[in-house]
Design a protein around this ligand. Structure first.
Ligand code: ADP
Ligand code: GLC
Length: 486
């Protein structure tokens, strides 16, 4: 009998995406299905998902979900794509029919995020019962679904059908915890004993992620190094204490990438295909993207550094801004694609005005341009302050775009420093989060770039790394089996 796994996530490709969580929630199930799991996914129904076509069918209506003194009625839809694992959507338009997933374009976090994701988390059990399909493992992702672990612990397990269900919480980013005022606890419908220092309570507030950490059977995070880092106060965001208490149940599994979607030999979003043995296409991709971004003709042979990122404190974009004048002296071009913090967006626009020849900033979320930049760049910059896993460094290695990364979290786990390991290196690392250290790594990379045979060798090595989901899916499967054996 195949293992039954229900993924619960607030975003998943190809339906809705703000960051790497969507890539993981959309592509890991496929790899698990390939290993024989009966894996399914539940996510909210957002307006970006087309309800009009034949592939989306409603199959359950007016399912009551209690939230505080209210009862909300939700509907369930199923995505009927023949080559896909089953994907279910919870429709509650009052909560999810909005232009953005989590934040109002002007006013920040939606003020009813607690109600939205309590409703979603509580709907999990209702969906399973309606389907008469009870998972062996509920695989929860981040704070938006973490409360489901508390529901299993305090409520659902007393239902004979649910008594054997095991919960796994994957933490994709400890900085986002789902923090709400204490008075919101009554919305959860959990018993008072869930609101303790060992449970959901966090300095006088409700902390949804903490509830997930406290009550899930197992916890995973998205790289081995990040699993160690979050046990220390520096990266623990106040949750290192409870994570240390649960250390035996915590494991780090490095994410994979969707090797079909991100394959330079077959990528339909890039102007010319290429692979490790035929890199001519990569040159065409560079010419194309530099022309598209209107870099002067005379600079088109200079090294092109690219960034594709959420523009937030975590990603260390300020380090690039600090180092920008020195970077220009090194005769590189820089192309940044991102959206996020308005202050960083403004600083980047100012940087472009100061260096109109060599700097291009595109403030947008543009998946196709992300692929063209990965394909056309020479170097990919990821100076993150912390990085649970990071996917772009793996995409860029696959596209022969050598990453320069801060040695933290999944960046440290996935990139081998070519400065220290000339024969096995796949990128360049810096070990202190300073402008000098970053520039040191950039200079080492540029020196390698000037040596064409060495660079080609480096590209070939980076491109032949196997970051596909197979390895990680096997680790998750072993984890599920271990959870069920206990
Ligand atoms: P995080 O989830 O912290 O943002 P990851 O590196 O795990 O970081 O994943 C980010 C994902 O979002 C990648 O697939 C990346 O290509 C994509 N992405 C980020 N910003 C943009 C953007 N402005 N346009 C297109 N894709 C983006
Ligand atoms: C988070 C992290 C990122 C990780 C992604 C997918 O958004 O910031 O490092 O790659 O989740 O797990």
């Amino acid at each position: 009998m195949s293992l039954k796994i229900l993924f619960c996530a607030s975003e998943a490709t190809p339906f809705a995406k703000t960051g790497g969580l969507a890539d993981v929630a959309g592509s890991l199930p496929e790899a698990l299905a390939a290993l024989g799991c009966d894996v399914r996914l539940l996510m909210p129904l957002y307006p970006c998902v087309d309800r009009g076509g034949d592939t989306l069918k409603i199959f359950a209506e007016w399912i009551p979900i209690p939230v505080g003194i209210h009862t909300y009625h939700v509907h369930f839809w199923q995505w009927m794509h023949p080559s896909s694992y089953p994907v279910y959507f919870m429709e509650k338009d009052e909560f999810f029919h909005r232009p953005n997933l989590y934040v109002h374009p002007l006013r920040g976090d939606y003020e009813d995020n607690a109600q939205r994701f309590i409703t979603f988390s509580r709907a999990v059990c209702a969906l399973c019962k309606h389907l008469d399909w009870i998972p062996d493992v509920l695989h929860l992702h981040d704070w938006q679904t973490a409360c489901a672990a508390a529901y299993q612990h305090f409520l659902w397990r007393y239902d004979p059908a649910f008594s054997r269900v095991r919960t796994l919480l994957t933490i994709h980013n400890l900085a986002h915890q789902g923090l709400f005022p204490e008075s919101y606890f009554s919305l959860t419908g959990l018993p008072p004993e869930a609101y303790t220092i060992e449970g959901m309570e966090f300095y006088g507030q409700c902390n949804f992620l903490k509830a997930g950490i406290a009550y899930s059977h197992r916890i995973s995070t998205v790289s081995p190094r990040y699993a160690r880092e979050i046990l220390e106060p520096k990266q623990g965001f106040g949750l290192d204490g409870i994570l240390r208490r649960r250390q035996e149940d915590l494991v780090g599994i490095l994410n994979g990438i969707d090797a079909d979607r991100w394959d330079p030999a077959r990528d339909t979003l890039i102007p010319a295909p290429f692979d490790a043995d035929r890199l001519e296409g990569k040159k065409a991709c560079k010419d194309h993207v530099m022309q598209e971004l209107d870099f002067p003709q005379t600079l088109r042979d200079d090294p092109l550094c690219v960034v594709v990122s959420r523009l937030v404190h975590q990603k260390g974009i300020d380090l690039i801004l600090d180092a920008l004048d020195d970077m220009m002296d090194l005769s590189v071009c820089l192309a940044v694609l991102g959206t996020g913090d308005p202050h960083l967006e403004k600083l980047l626009e100012q940087a472009q005005s100061r260096h109109p020849e060599r700097v291009r900033v595109v403030l947008a979320f543009d998946e196709a341009l992300a692929h063209r930049l990965e394909a056309g760049g020479d170097l990919f910059l990821m100076p993150s302050r912390y990085e649970p896993c990071g996917l772009n460094q793996m995409y860029s290695m696959r596209y022969g775009t050598i990453p320069i990364v801060a040695a933290t979290g999944g960046l440290d786990d996935s990139v081998v420093d070519a400065a220290q390991n000339p024969h096995t290196g796949t990128g360049f690392k810096f070990y202190e989060h300073t402008r000098e250290a970053f520039l040191g790594a950039l200079k080492a990379a540029l020196e390698a770039h000037r040596d064409a045979p060495r660079w080609r060798e480096l590209q070939r090595r980076a491109m032949s790394e196997d970051f596909s989901w197979r390895r990680a899916a096997r680790s998750y499967l072993a984890l599920y089996e271990d959870m069920l054996a206990r």
